[in-house]
Write a protein that binds this ligand. Structure first.
Ligand SMILES: [Zn+2]
Length: 630
C-alpha cells in the first residue's frame, strides 16, 4: 500500500507520469518513463520539495536506460581524461551508475555539466565517488560488497523509509523523552546511550572499553533495551570505544539502520575486523566475526555533515563536524516536531588541528547538550600546536646528527595522521632534512582511507590538495613498510629516518619490533605522542624503566634501553580551556547539560564549572542511570 506521503506527492504530478515511487531511507525516489518529463520538470519537483520539506529525486525508469556497454563508452568519452576514471558500476534496478574517479570535481564538470550531459544521453543517473589516491583495500571491499548486495540494499532502504513515513507504531498518550546511560557514564570507554521517546528507540554509539577485561562492554542487559525493538543506531565516530560493539548487535538479530559519516563507516569496519583478527589470534571466544561486520556495512546509511535526515517518525538527526578524528560527528537530534532539540557531542576537539577544523558551534535550536569530558578537569590543559612543532624539530635534528633514527609509536587513527602532517610540514618547510618517513602497521591503512575523503579535512589541507596539487599524504618522503623483510632492511641498512608505527602504547605491532631492534643503541630516540595506559610497556618506559623483559618462546630476553625517551602532546580531545570556550561560543546556548565520557572527578568538575559560569542546569549521570529530558 502506498504511503500517505507518496499519495500527497503524486497529487501534484500530472497523472501517468510516475511509474514507481519508493523510499531510499528518508529519501523519496520517483521513476518516470517519460523522457520529456524527466529532463524538463525540475521546477515541479523543486516546488514539491519546498512544500513537503523532504528530499525527492526524479529518476528515469530502468526501461529508459541505454545498454550498459554503450553507456560506459559514452562515460569514458565524455569525461575528460584528467579526471582519472577508475571503475564504473551499474545498479540497473535504480538506474544509477557509479563512476569512480581520482578527481571527482573534474568528472562532474562546471556546475555539473558533464553529469547533465551524461544523463541526457544515456538516461543513467551518474553518481561520482572519489578513488583514494593511496590504494585502500577496505574501501575497495566495502564498495564492491555494497554493489554485490544492491538488491538487498534497495529493499532494506525502502523498508527503512516505510518505518519513517508510515505513521506511528506505538501508543502515544503523552510526550516524553529519556536517555539511559548504558556505558560511558563517568568513565572513558564503552560509550553507549539509549534514547527513548513514546515512538522511538535509538542507540547512540556502542563501544568497547579495551583497557578493561571485566567491564569492557556496555550494560546491554539493561531492562529498557530490547534489540528487537531498536529503530536505529547512530555512531558518532570510528574509535572502538564508540563503535566496537555494533557488529555484536547484528549477531543478536538487529537488522535496522546504522547512521554515520562515510569515513566513519570505512574506518570502523577496519577497526572491527582488527578486533576479530586479534581475538582469533589470541584463541579467545570471538565476540563477533567477519560476517557480522559485513552485515553492519550492509545496513549502514552514510550521512554527510549537515545532511538532515528523519530516522523515525519523531526523530530527525543531523551530523556536524566534531573536529576529533576523520569523519567524527556531533549528532543534533530534533525530537517530535519542535518538542525538543539535543546535541550529543561524541568526542570533540575545539581547536584547528593540522588535519581537521574545530567542532561546529552553530545550531538551529538547542535545549539539552550531552558533552564529553575526557580532559574536563580544571588542570587538564594540553600544549599548543606551536610548541609541539619546535619540540619535535629539535628531537629530530639532534637524533639525525648522531646518525640515529626516530621511532614514534602512534595510534592508528587520528593522531597518527596528525603526526604525518606535522612531520611532512617540517620537511616541506625545510625545518628538518629530507629524510624518509616510514609508516608501518594499521596507521598506513587508515592514512589510505584519509586520501578518499579530503572534504572532511580542514580548509588549509583542502587548499593544499585541490589548488596546489600538493597532497601531504603523497609527499615522496613518506613510504609504506609493507613486509617484515622491508622492516628488517630499514633497521639494518637504512640511515636516519622517522618511523611511525602502531601500536601507540607498545602493546604489540611493529612499534614493539622496532623498539627491540633499536632500543639498546643510544643514537636513536623514541617519541611518545599519545596517552600511555596503565600497565602498558609505553607507560613503564615513560616512567623510567630501563630494563625491559620480553618473552621469546620459552625464555626471557632482556633489553637494556639506551635510546633517548621523549614525549610530545598531541590530543584529539578538547582540553579544559577548549571545553569552556566551546560552551561560550555555542549558539544557541543549551539550558541543560549532561556530562559524560570522562573520569568521575573530571565529569563532576566540568559539570560544576559549567553550572557556575553559565548558570545552566548540569549533571554527570552514572552508568545505568536514566535521565528524563522532557
Ligand atoms: Zn574518540
Amino acid at each position: 500500500m502506498p504511503s500517505e506521503i507518496i499519495k500527497e506527492i503524486l497529487k501534484d504530478i500530472p497523472e501517468g507520469k510516475i511509474s514507481e515511487a519508493v523510499f531510499e531511507g528518508a529519501n523519496i525516489v520517483l521513476y518516470t518513463k517519460d523522457k520529456k518529463f524527466l529532463l524538463e520538470n525540475d521546477g515541479l519537483i523543486k516546488s514539491i520539495v519546498n512544500k513537503i520539506k523532504k528530499r525527492i529525486e526524479l529518476r528515469p525508469d530502468p526501461e529508459l536506460c541505454i545498454d550498459e556497454e554503450e553507456a560506459e563508452k559514452k562515460i569514458r568519452e565524455l569525461i575528460p581524461e584528467e579526471a582519472g576514471i577508475d571503475k564504473v558500476f551499474f545498479d540497473p534496478q535504480r538506474s544509477v551508475v557509479i563512476i569512480e574517479a581520482e578527481k571527482p570535481g573534474m568528472a562532474i564538470g562546471k556546475q555539473g555539466e558533464n553529469l547533465h550531459k551524461l544523463k541526457k544521453e544515456t538516461f543513467w543517473v551518474p553518481n561520482v565517488q572519489r578513488t583514494p589516491l593511496i590504494r585502500s583495500p577496505i574501501i575497495d571491499n566495502i564498495r564492491t560488497f555494497l554493489y554485490q548486495n544492491s538488491d538487498y540494499r534497495r529493499k532494506f532502504l525502502h523498508k527503512t523509509g516505510q518505518r519513517i513515513y508510515n505513521g506511528w507504531l506505538r501508543q502515544k498518550k503523552h510526550e516524553w523523552i529519556r536517555v539511559s546511560y548504558l556505558g560511558g557514564g563517568r568513565q572513558v570507554g564503552r560509550s553507549c546511550l539509549l534514547l527513548q521517546t513514546p515512538e522511538s528507540r535509538v542507540l547512540l554509539d556502542c563501544g568497547i572499553d579495551v583497557s578493561s577485561t571485566d567491564e569492557a562492554y556496555p550494560f546491554l542487559e539493561a531492562p529498557e533495551l530490547d534489540i528487537n525493538e531498536l529503530d536505529a543506531i547512530i555512531v558518532s565516530h570510528a574509535h572502538v570505544d564508540h563503535s566496537g560493539l555494533v557488529p555484536y548487535l547484528f549477531k543478536y538479530g538487529y537488522r535496522g539502520p546504522v547512521y554515520c559519516t562515510p569515513p566513519t563507516r570505512d574506518i570502523m569496519s577496519l577497526l572491527q575486523l582488527d578486533i576479530v583478527k586479534i581475538q582469533h589470534s589470541e584463541g579467545k571466544e570471538p565476540l563477533y566475526g567477519v560476517e557480522e561486520v559485513k552485515e553492519m556495512v550492509k545496513h549502514t546509511i552514510p550521512l554527510n555533515y549537515e545532511e538532515v535526515t528523519d530516522v523515525t517518525p519523531d526523530v530527525r538527526i543531523t551530523m556536524y563536524n566534531a573536529g576529533h578524528t576523520l569523519g567524527s560527528a556531533m549528532v543534533h537530534i530534533h525530537i517530535g516536531n519542535g518538542l525538543h532539540n539535543m546535541l550529543y557531542t561524541g568526542d570533540i576537539k575545539f581547536a584547528k588541528t593540522r588535519l581537521l577544523a574545530p567542532a561546529s558551534t552553530q545550531f538551529p535550536r538547542l535545549e539539552t547538550m550531552l558533552i564529553e569530558s575526557t580532559y574536563g578537569g580544571r588542570d587538564n590543559i594540553t600544549e599548543t600546536v606551536k610548541t609541539q612543532d619546535k619540540v619535535l624539530q629539535d628531537i629530530v635534528e639532534t637524533t639525525i646528527k648522531r646518525g640515529g633514527k626516530v621511532l614514534m609509536p602512534t595510534l592508528g587513527t587520528g593522531r597518527g595522521q596528525e603526526i604525518i602532517m606535522l612531520v611532512e610540514d617540517l620537511i616541506r618547510n625545510g625545518r628538518i632534512p629530507e629524510i624518509p618517513v616510514y609508516i608501518d602497521g594499521m596507521v598506513w591503512d587508515i592514512t589510505a582511507i584519509h586520501t578518499a575523503y579530503p572534504e572532511y579535512m580542514n580548509n588549509s589541507v583542502r587548499q593544499q590538495i585541490f589548488h596546489r596539487d600538493n597532497n601531504p599524504f603523497l609527499n615522496k618522503n613518506i613510504k609504506q613498510v609493507g613486509s617484515a623483510k622491508e622492516r628488517k632492511q630499514i633497521i639494518e641498512e637504512g640511515g636516519p629516518c622517522i618511523l611511525l608505527a602502531t601500536s601507540g602504547m607498545l602493546v604489540g605491532g611493529p612499534s614493539v619490533e622496532y623498539l627491540k631492534a633499536l632500543g639498546e643503541d643510544k643514537r636513536h630516540s623514541i617519541v611518545f605522542s599519545c596517552y600511555q595506559g596503565e600497565g602498558t610497556l609505553g607507560r613503564r618506559i615513560q616512567r623510567g624503566d630501563k630494563e625491559i623483559v620480553f618473552r621469546n618462546g620459552q625464555k626471557d630476553e632482556v633489553l637494556n634501553l639506551k635510546m633517548e625517551v621523549h614525549k610530545i602532546e598531541i590530543s584529539g580531545h578538547a582540553d579544559r580551556r577548549e571545553l569552556m570556550n566551546f560552551m561560550q561560543r555555542l549558539s544557541p546556548r543549551p539550558k541543560r547539560i549532561l556530562v559524560n565520557h570522562g573520569e568521575s572527578n573530571r565529569c563532576l568538575d566540568l559539570a560544576s564549572s559549567y553550572h557556575k559560569q553559565f548558570r545552566v542546569e548540569t549533571e554527570a549521570p552514572r552508568n545505568l542511570e536514566v535521565v528524563r529530558i522532557r
